[in-house]
Structure formats: structure tokens, C-alpha cells
Design a protein around this ligand. Structure first.
Ligand code: CAA
Length: 282
């Protein structure tokens, strides 16, 4: 087993960002996705991310080349068997994640299995694994190369050794870890996504335009971007899924998803990734 070799499952936005941060910090990464086209897109996005760092003189040309050489991509999950840590960043689908954890737990019996899930129960994921003490939440924030936080979520079954390993990995990526209990939305999403949902209510009620709601929070609360633009960045389908998890998990009506948010997701207006959300994107 190679201690410096880390598997990343899922080459979407989060998987790409996680892989980029790992290779720039000296880890060898095996990036897995079922679709070769997703891996190609990821290689392009990671290349662009490293290019930004070179243009800001935070990375030399030689370091950029070395980082890219540490990235391998694969479409066969069993290629992850030799990894010390595997970070899962697949879509937020409970059945998909449970099947992945079952498979990963069998093919890499000594690896730490970390999930970047933004809302699902780590305890439930751990329960499908042979040795649930090596399952933990490692929740990154988008854009991963820029945002410094990682929430570390301990399932009921997670061992101290697993948590200590992930804390130390987080530190070696130049990020700060906070420990959060395994409850719906953890800390950041429980605060952030209801704010986005409330901004959708404001828009639905005609209280202000989308532009003005965003300007209000940028200039009135010093947020780097407004809540509706942030919803578009996260993905409105992801925001809706998180609101559903909060609503169901706490049984509290204060987490009811905004009907406008539901309609937008039904219409396929998912934010930046679909070219249209609360704002339009070219
Ligand atoms: N790789 C490396 N560097 C990158 C990068 C990448 N992929 N993308 C951006 N950067 C760098 C840029 O080069 C730039 O560097 P400098 O500051 O040195 O110029 C810096 O990051 C900022 O980027 P931009 O200039 O392009 O953009 P900006 O200043 O307008 O900031 C933003 C954009 C970082 C997205 C900022 O608006 C922001 O932080 N917004 C809030 C994002 C947020 O709240 N995210 C959390 C979402 S919740 C979540 O992710 C969890 C979940 O489960 C849903």
C-alpha cells in the first residue's frame, strides 16, 4: 500500500477540485469515474486550475508538470485497491454511495474510506462496510482549491485513528479541519443552504430582484457572492436535495424547500452547470 497514493471517486466539480489540491500537495492521485468523458473534462479543469496558480506565481512551471504527473485517471474501481485513503465524491445519491462503499470496503480492506457527502449520514454509509471504523466524512467546499475548510464528520462507528489520519491529511493540504457531528447538513450547509432557500422565498414573493438580493448580501453582509449566485454555483438540485434532507431529518417546517426552488429544478434550471439558474450564464 502506498501511503502517498489517494483515490478519488467521481470526477465532477468536487472530485476535480479535491484531486487538484492533492496533486499540488505531493500526493499521487488515482481519479476514478465511470465515464471517460468526465475524466477528460477533469484533466482539462485541473490543468486550467494549475495554470491559474502558475499565472499567480504560486506554482512554478516545473511544479505544475510534477503535479500533473502525479495524476492518473481510471474507469475500473479495482484500480484503487492500493490506496491508503479513498475520498468518494460521487453524486448525492444514497443507493449509489452505499453500493460504492460496499465495493470499496471489499476491494481495499485496509484503506480509510472518506466521503465528501454534503448531506447523507456517515453512520448509514459506514453500516454497509465490513470495517465501519475506517469510514469518515471529509467535506470540502466549492471551489475546493480556494476554500480552506474541511468538515470532518465522525460516524457512530468511526475510530479515533481514522479521524486522526484525516485531520493530518487535511493539515497537509493547507486546510483547516472542524469536527462536526453526523447530523443533517453538518454545520456549514445547515446554515448556508437555508439562507439560499430564504433568498428564493424573497424572490418568489417579489420582494426584490435576484440582482438586488445578491447585491444586498454582498454589500450589506460582506459575503463574497450573493445567496442566489451561490445557489447557482453549488447547483440548485444540490441545494434542493440538502433542504429535503434537513426537512426530513429534523422534521421542522423551518426547513421547507421554497416552491420556486423546486420549480426551477423541475425545469432543469440548475445554475451554472446548466447555463441558467437564478442568473443566466454563457
Ligand atoms: N484553482 C486555483 N485557484 C483558483 C481556482 C482554481 N480552480 N479558482 C479560483 N482560483 C483563485 C483565483 O486565481 C483567485 O486568486 P487571487 O485571489 O490570487 O486572485 C481566487 O481563487 C478567487 O477567484 P476569482 O478571482 O476567479 O473569483 P472571485 O474573487 O470572484 O471569487 C469565489 C470567487 C472564490 C467563488 C468567491 O466568490 C467565494 O468564495 N464565494 C463563496 C463560495 C462558497 O461559499 N462556497 C461554499 C459553497 S457550499 C459547498 O461547497 C458545500 C456543499 O456541500 C454544497
Amino acid at each position: 500500500m502506498n501511503k502517498q497514493q489517494i483515490g478519488v471517486v467521481g470526477a465532477g466539480t468536487m472530485g476535480q477540485g479535491i484531486a487538484q489540491v492533492l496533486i499540488t500537495n505531493g500526493f499521487d492521485v488515482q481519479l476514478f469515474d465511470v465515464a471517460e468523458s468526465a475524466l477528460e473534462r477533469a484533466r482539462g479543469a485541473i490543468g486550467n486550475g494549475l495554470e491559474k496558480l502558475v499565472s499567480k506565481q504560486r506554482l512554478s512551471g516545473a511544479e505544475q508538470q510534477a503535479a500533473l504527473q502525479r495524476l492518473s485517471t481510471l474507469t475500473a474501481l479495482d484500480g484503487l485497491a492500493g490506496c491508503r485513503v479513498i475520498i468518494e465524491a460521487a453524486p448525492e445519491n444514497p443507493e449509489l454511495k452505499e453500493q460504492l462503499f460496499r465495493d470499496l470496503s471489499a476491494l481495499a480492506p485496509n484503506a480509510i474510506l472518506a466521503s465528501n457527502t454534503s448531506s447523507l449520514s456517515l453512520t448509514r454509509l459506514a453500516a454497509v462496510c465490513d470495517s465501519p471504523e475506517r469510514v469518515v466524512g471529509m467535506h470540502f467546499f466549492n471551489p475546493v482549491p480556494v476554500l480552506k475548510l474541511v468538515e470532518i464528520i465522525r460516524a457512530e462507528q468511526t475510530s479515533d485513528a481514522t479521524v486522526a489520519h484525516i485531520e493530518s491529511l487535511t493539515q497537509s493540504l493547507g486546510k483547516t479541519a472542524v469536527a462536526v457531528a453526523d447530523m443533517p447538513g453538518f454545520a456549514v450547509n445547515r446554515l448556508l443552504v437555508p439562507m439560499i432557500n430564504e433568498a428564493a422565498f424573497l424572490l418568489q414573493e417579489g420582494a426584490a430582484t435576484a440582482e438586488d438580493i445578491d447585491t444586498a448580501m454582498k454589500l450589506g453582509a460582506a459575503h463574497p457572492m450573493g445567496p442566489l449566485a451561490l445557489g447557482d454555483l453549488i447547483g440548485l438540485d444540490v441545494c434542493l436535495a440538502i433542504m429535503e434532507v434537513l426537512f426530513e431529518g429534523f422534521g421542522d417546517p423551518k426547513y421547507r424547500p421554497c416552491p420556486l426552488l423546486r420549480r426551477m429544478v423541475s425545469a432543469g434550471y440548475l445554475g451554472r452547470k446548466s447555463g441558467r439558474g437564478f442568473h443566466c450564464y454563457d
